[in-house]
Ligand binder design. Structure first.
Ligand SMILES: [Mg+2]
Length: 438
């Protein structure tokens, strides 16, 4: 029974552009082989979880269940309970048309689109004729909230509708404050254009600035790095654990959760805020510079750790054929010289080998420079590939530096528990000559 759980980011971790990273396929295989509960956690969205899970299952060649797929708007699903009692309850869904289908799936009784309001009341945004594709919304339907599932398709229209939204959208006599929920706070994203694109966080700023009379937007944020999203993800991991083991091991012993991602601003920040271990990979937007991740690794396959139980009397380590005490003492020695990072949690030591540690082992073992850890062999990037909007959802910014940066104060990092089959992924000395790049 594994007492760890893993949340894997998608773009930049499992997939780059349109291509699945071979390390990702191997990593998923190992995770499944070791029966480690895991989920996929992305700031992308605009589609049903089942569809995205199927898409990833096809790409990875390994089944991902819909509940293992946490999109930016997935944690907003429980909000449906607040807007499904009254027949007149409606919520305005911002995003493409598929977002309304997703809202129906979540149980919202009357999700409506901006275009339906425009069809009923063209004066709200008179600069573009309403499309025949949309039926006018019932004029007296009350809007209870605005949910931004994806980027607004027309900022001006949606800001104007927000200004009008009250007891009904065509009557501005009662402009009451409506709660607005955002599925992520990223300020920009990138596509094939050389200029960065404004994302949902920028729309939120515009919406706030558009409020008259100094009113403040009553807003709630979801998506990485918000803790609410990590709480939701934690439940999904526990559900997977229940499925794997037939009961919830988390109910017996605490679990150590790992967040693996390529974006320090969302993946690492979010995992740290939630009290998880954060693992930053180099296969995505992160290139170099400061970060506050628990560990920095080459890729998702290397995100594994060596684990040793704090039991000095175990005759043999779980994976290495020496007494457990020898493993612990050897790693203590490496830690004292700054060659590994150690995290202790619930009677288990988790060891991450850093670059200095690799170099040290190379010299200690007299290995030539052409021998490198298998996981440090970089996969050649496809020339000229700059993922487009479809391939790089929110939060997966190529520039990586302008995601949602607001920080919550007072949220402390905390430990949890876990165990793991000890293994240095691609440790020095196990590899042969460096193969040609894939
Ligand atoms: Mg990413």
């Amino acid at each position: 029974m594994q007492r760890i759980g893993i949340a894997l980011d998608i773009d930049g971790v499992l997939i780059r552009g349109k291509k699945v990273l071979p390390q990702a396929i191997r990593a998923i295989e190992k995770i499944k082989k070791n029966k480690v509960p895991f989920i996929l956690l992305t700031n992308g969205g605009g589609m049903a979880e089942a569809n995205k899970a199927q898409e990833l299952s096809d790409k990875l060649g390994s089944e991902i269940k819909p509940y293992q797929m946490i999109l930016a708007h997935t944690p907003m699903a429980p909000l449906a309970a607040n807007y499904s009692h009254n027949d007149s309850d409606a919520v305005l869904i911002l995003g493409k048309d598929t977002c309304r289908d997703v809202a129906f799936e979540y149980g919202f009784k009357h999700p409506i689109l901006s275009e339906e309001i425009l069809a009923a009341c063209p004066e709200v945004w008179p600069f573009r004729a309403p499309s025949d594709k949309y039926s006018p919304v019932e004029i007296n339907r009350r809007v209870g909230a605005i949910l931004s599932f994806h980027d607004s398709l027309d900022w001006g229209r949606d800001i104007q509708i927000r200004q009008k939204a009250g007891d009904n959208y065509c009557n501005d006599s009662n402009r009451k404050q409506l709660p607005v929920y955002f599925s992520n706070g990223d300020l920009v994203w990138s596509n094939n254009l050389s200029l960065t694109r404004l994302a949902q966080g920028s729309f939120r700023n515009a919406l706030e600035n558009g409020l008259s009379g100094g009113r403040k937007l009553q807003r709630t944020m979801f998506g990485k790095p918000c803790k609410s999203t990590y709480d939701f993800a934690k439940n999904a991991i526990d559900r997977h654990a229940t499925e794997l083991y037939g009961f919830n091991p988390g109910s017996l012993e605490k679990r150590l959760y790992f967040g693996v991602g390529d974006n320090p601003e969302s993946d690492i920040e979010g995992a740290n805020r939630a009290g998880w271990a954060s693992v930053l990979v180099k296969t995505g937007v992160y290139e170099s510079g400061s970060h506050n991740a628990t560990a920095l690794v080459e890729d998702v396959e290397e995100a594994g750790v060596l684990v040793a139980k704090k039991d000095y009397n175990l005759p043999k380590h779980n994976e290495v054929d020496v007494p457990n005490l020898h493993v612990i003492k050897a790693l203590q020695s490496l830690e004292s010289r700054g060659l590994v990072h150690v995290q202790f949690s619930w009677q288990y030591y988790y060891y991450f080998l850093n670059d200095a540690g690799i170099e040290y082992l190379r010299k200690f073992l007299h290995l030539p420079v052409e021998i490198v850890p298998r996981t440090h062999i970089k996969t050649a990037k496809a020339p000229g590939v700059r993922p487009g909007r479809e391939e790089r959802p929110r939060g997966e910014r190529r520039d990586g530096g302008d995601g949602y940066r607001r920080r919550d104060d007072g949220e402390k990092k905390e430990g949890a528990s876990g165990d793991f089959r000890p293994e240095f992924r691609g440790g020095i000395g196990r590899g042969g000559p460096r193969p040609t790049q894939a």
